[in-house]
Design a protein around this ligand. Structure first.
Ligand code: ATP
Length: 314
């Protein structure tokens, strides 16, 4: 859940396409891109719907584009703190490299979106929420922050969708499928402080390219504006992170235990350095660790870093 990150660019669009996408972040249309055939072909390879009309090159959005004014208004933040990109490697990577404090980055698509331990996170153009919140906290980092962040997403969505729950430590599930995930990363600054970035991937629209293990809001007949949703989540995070800084995880525990109810007191499959085994989930502690118990053994505390949990049925 929390580790030092080496920022690397694996396979990426060419500099020419990236430059064009940068321009299209602020302009609806570009008409001086020279000979666009190669750019159009390359964009198609990356799943970016670049189109050419008489006016020039533009992006064809499958749904209303992310809106900076709408996000800022709902989040109650200045627009200047919000960046929206047509595409980037990952919004976490963007925010790890930025110094703005706080700063929020959203992308219509990511070409190297990642989950924990660098697993790929799918972010097709214009379909979902890929958003990162970056800041430089004054105090030391508490990895339990991911739990508070997940709870924020849960609270924003819970009235709209039934069967929503949180799978410790960082996934949002509906029934037996994953709706979204959080990724907390940090970079040590020359000052000795840490740059902290919290990323959220949340599936919004119908998307046949999602893995079978995943679901989206649309699949549950929930139709929400991505911008409104992003604004609500950011607003919630700002208030909850301030409270967490002040009071720690303790005030969030009752709600978190309720949000994680489908796994509480259940036997789950655990994968960690020891391999795969089954244990009963007993609950979480004030430091965000999970207490589990194998049959005929003493309870143990698990830290999020290298542990995966699965409900036995999935
Ligand atoms: P854990 O339970 O340990 O978090 P995980 O398999 O859920 O394990 P993550 O790192 O949270 O792993 O997320 C990456 C995994 O999520 C990928 O390996 C892939 O199977 C799945 N995945 C990729 N894109 C999406 C998406 N948009 N929505 C849901 N799941 C996705």
């Amino acid at each position: 859940m929390y580790w030092e990150t080496a920022i690397s660019a694996p396979e990426a669009p060419t500099a020419a396409l990236q430059k064009l996408l940068d321009v299209l972040a602020d302009a609806e249309c570009v008409n001086d891109a020279g000979e666009p055939t190669a750019l159009l072909q390359e964009a198609e390879h990356w799943g970016i719907p670049l189109r050419q009309t008489a006016e020039g090159l533009h992006l064809e959005y499958p749904h209303p584009p992310l809106s900076r004014p709408e996000i800022a208004a709902v989040a109650n933040l200045p627009e200047a703190q919000i960046r929206i990109l047509p595409a980037c490697a990952s919004t976490n990577t963007e925010m790890l490299g930025s110094d703005a404090n706080p700063c929020i980055c959203l992308a219509e698509s990511q070409w190297a979106g990642r989950g924990r331990r660098a697993r790929h996170w799918s972010s097709p153009f214009g379909q979902h929420l890929a958003m990162s919140y970056g800041w430089t906290p004054a105090a030391s980092i508490n990895p339990a922050l991911t739990l508070v962040a997940g709870l924020g997403v849960f609270q924003v969505l819970q009235k709209s969708i039934s069967g929503l729950w949180i799978k410790w430590p960082n996934d949002i599930w509906v029934g037996g499928q994953k709706l979204g995930g959080l990724l907390l990363e940090a970079r040590r600054l020359p000052s000795g402080q840490s740059r902290l970035v919290l990323g959220l991937g949340l599936n919004v629209h119908d998307d046949p390219t999602l893995p079978d293990t995943a679901t989206s809001l649309a699949q549950h007949q929930v139709n929400l504006s991505r911008s409104h949703l992003a604004g609500q989540i950011i607003r919630r995070w700002q208030a909850d992170f301030a409270r967490f800084d002040r009071d720690g995880l303790e005030p969030f525990l009752p709600l978190w235990n309720a949000a994680a109810a489908p796994m509480m007191r259940q036997i789950v499959q655990i994968s960690d350095v020891r391999g795969h085994y089954s244990a009963e989930v007993l609950g979480i502690g004030e430091d965000g660790r999970l207490q589990v118990q194998e049959p005929d053994k003493a309870p143990v505390w698990l830290s999020a870093g290298d542990v995966s949990l699965r409900p036995l049925a999935s």
